[in-house]
Design a protein around this ligand. Structure first.
Ligand SMILES: [Zn+2]
Length: 391
């Protein structure tokens, strides 16, 4: 994270330089253009047979010098910008480890099945991003045979999202009407927020739209229970309709940020209804990978120093715990209290008849004869009665 901050700081500095160069460039050129325009006018007003006298020659010479100086100054600053841009490259090199492939043991994709899974994840990611033609191309090239019914939800979500970004609410309102019950079950405010936005759009039109806004406000009746405060606020804004909401205490209703919030809310709630995670599996894995990478690179160098091998294997496990943010937790995990290890497909959690859960390897180790004694209660039971637990 520190590396990102360092790089960001340098990029911000560069952007500020660009901005100041641009404003200086613009003001210098406009000033020169104005002055030259005036001079041209002055010369045009002179009679056709007028011979350019010493005074005009001196003025022309002066302007010539000014233009030259300005050009030199700007090109000098431009050169300086170039060196600042190339310094960003050095900052990136200094702050980031270019070779992180060293922590990947063995090959990345072991077989055709894994390769297909990876390609499907890439393809799904682009479908979610609304890059439909790119996703179709990947699907075709990797021969994924993606079913139309599988892609339909992504296509639909993106259509609605695109229209919301263009400040058009019709498609989103149509979608929420269709999914009304599911949204209500999830306690979503999306439907209300869309109607609220539509109402604000009518209010924007000015005093002549008062009747239209009043008529539209009837839609809020259905949401009165959960959103009474917001509805009161919307109704209060009527008082300022004549003078415009922009200069009223309700000006926040016109914030551009409201559209960003509504897009985020639509994405979150539509994904939830379709049973999809908010981030694509590819993005979620990538983010988790970025969090884990520094610790893995650090442990790799320790392994190399101590010359011990076999810690980084291509098995389904990592040599150290990686703390991920809460929104990165997708599955419940179970660590065996006896072996103090996270359970896996090969060593799954097993529920004993007494209700205690331990891993299968621990269970096998505890078997004495044909019986097993629970290490917790300690009930003696038959190991065959233990049942696998699925999280
Ligand atoms: Zn027990």
């Amino acid at each position: 994270m520190e590396s990102c901050h360092n790089t960001e700081r340098d990029i911000d500095k560069l952007l500020a330089k660009f901005e100041s160069y641009k404003s200086q460039y613009d003001s210098n050129l406009t000033q020169l253009e104005d002055q030259i325009g005036k001079l041209k006018e002055e010369i045009n007003q002179l009679p056709a047979d007028h011979v350019i006298d010493k005074h005009h020659q001196a003025v022309l010479g002066q302007y010539n010098k000014k233009i030259k100086n300005c050009g030199q100054k700007l090109s000098g600053q431009h050169k300086d910008l170039h060196s600042s841009v190339s310094r960003i490259g050095k900052t990136i090199d200094r702050n980031f480890d270019a070779d992180c492939s060293s922590v990947i043991p063995g090959s990345f994709c072991h077989n055709a099945k894994q390769e297909k899974l990876l390609n499907t994840a890439v393809c799904e990611h682009y479908f979610r991003q609304g890059q439909l033609s790119l996703a179709e191309d990947i699907s075709e090239e990797a021969r994924l045979d993606i079913d139309d019914s599988w892609k339909q939800p992504f296509v639909q979500i993106n259509e609605v999202l695109q229209s919301l970004r263009n400040h058009d609410l019709d498609l989103a309102l149509e979608w929420t009407a269709k999914n009304h019950h599911e949204l209500q079950q999830k306690g979503s405010s999306l439907e209300f927020m869309l109607h609220r936005m539509q109402f604000i759009n009518i209010m924007r039109k000015g005093p002549h739209a008062q009747t239209e806004a009043l008529r539209y406000s009837r839609k809020f009746q259905a949401f009165a229970d959960g959103h009474s405060k917001e509805i009161q606020m919307l109704m209060g804004s009527f008082l300022y309709m004549k003078h415009g909401l922009a200069n009223s205490p309700y000006s926040s209703l016109l914030d551009e940020q409201n559209w960003d919030e509504i897009c985020d809310m639509f994405m979150r709630d539509s994904c939830s209804i379709l049973g999809l995670s908010l981030d694509s599996p590819l993005l979620a894995s990538f983010t988790a990978g970025c969090t884990a990478l520094p610790a893995l690179i650090a442990i790799k160098s320790v392994i190399e120093q101590r010359q011990c091998s076999g810690v980084l294997t291509d098995k389904d496990e990592l040599p150290i715990d990686i703390d991920l943010a809460h929104d990165q937790h997708y599955h419940s995990i179970f660590a065996c209290p006896i072996l103090r290890q996270q359970t896996t497909e090969n060593n799954p959690p097993m529920r004993l008849t007494c209700g205690h859960i331990i891993s299968r390897d621990a269970l096998n180790k505890l078997i004495a004869g044909s019986k097993v004694k629970c290490p917790y209660c300690p009930m003696i039971q038959s190991p065959v009665d233990a049942k696998r637990v699925y999280f």
